[in-house]
Write a new protein. Structure first.
Length: 147
C-alpha cells in the first residue's frame, strides 16, 4: 500500500472549499474530533471518523486535531483511503468549531488521483486564528471517480 503526504496553502484551501460547495455530492454532519490549544495533536480512534449517511465519508479519517501554539492556526491531519475500484480524487471540507458549537475556522484538503486501495496523508489548515479549544468536524466529502 502506497501512502502520500501533502499540505495545501490557504489559497488552495479556499479554491477547494468553493469547488466543493458548488459541486458537492455528499453532505456533512460527519464526525467530530476534539483538539486543544496545543501543538501536539490529539490522537483519535479511526472509527470516530466514519461519517453517517455519506459513503465517501468512510474514506476519510481525522487522525488528529490541534491548534498550533505559536500561530494559533487549527490543523486537522487526515488519512484518505480510496475503497473504490477505480482511481479517484477527493475534496474534503473540515470545520473547526469551539466548545459552544460555533464555527471559528474552516479548512480543506485534496487527495489527487488515488488508485484503488491507495492511501494519502493530507492536512487541512484552518483559515483563521483561534484562541480556544476546538473540535474538528468532517464536512463535505466529494469523490470524483476517474480523476
Amino acid at each position: 500500500m502506497h501512502i502520500r503526504t501533502r499540505t495545501l496553502s490557504t489559497a488552495a484551501l479556499l479554491a477547494v472549499a468553493a469547488l466543493a460547495t458548488v459541486t458537492a455530492c455528499s453532505s456533512g454532519d460527519g464526525p467530530a474530533v476534539t483538539g486543544g490549544d496545543k501543538s501536539t495533536p490529539t490522537a483519535v480512534s479511526p472509527s470516530a471518523a466514519v461519517g453517517k449517511g455519506a459513503a465517501t465519508s468512510a474514506d476519510v479519517t481525522i487522525d488528529s486535531c490541534a491548534v498550533d501554539a505559536v500561530t494559533k492556526i487549527p490543523k486537522a491531519e487526515l488519512t484518505v483511503t480510496n475503497h473504490g475500484g477505480d482511481t479517484a480524487t477527493y475534496t474534503i471540507q473540515i470545520e473547526f468549531v469551539d466548545g459552544g458549537g460555533t464555527r471559528v475556522a474552516e479548512g480543506a484538503a485534496i487527495a489527487n488521483s488515488l488508485a484503488a486501495n491507495e492511501q494519502a496523508k493530507e492536512t487541512a489548515d484552518g483559515t483563521a486564528q483561534v484562541t480556544s479549544d476546538i473540535t474538528c468536524k468532517l464536512g463535505k466529502v466529494q469523490r470524483l471517480a476517474g480523476m
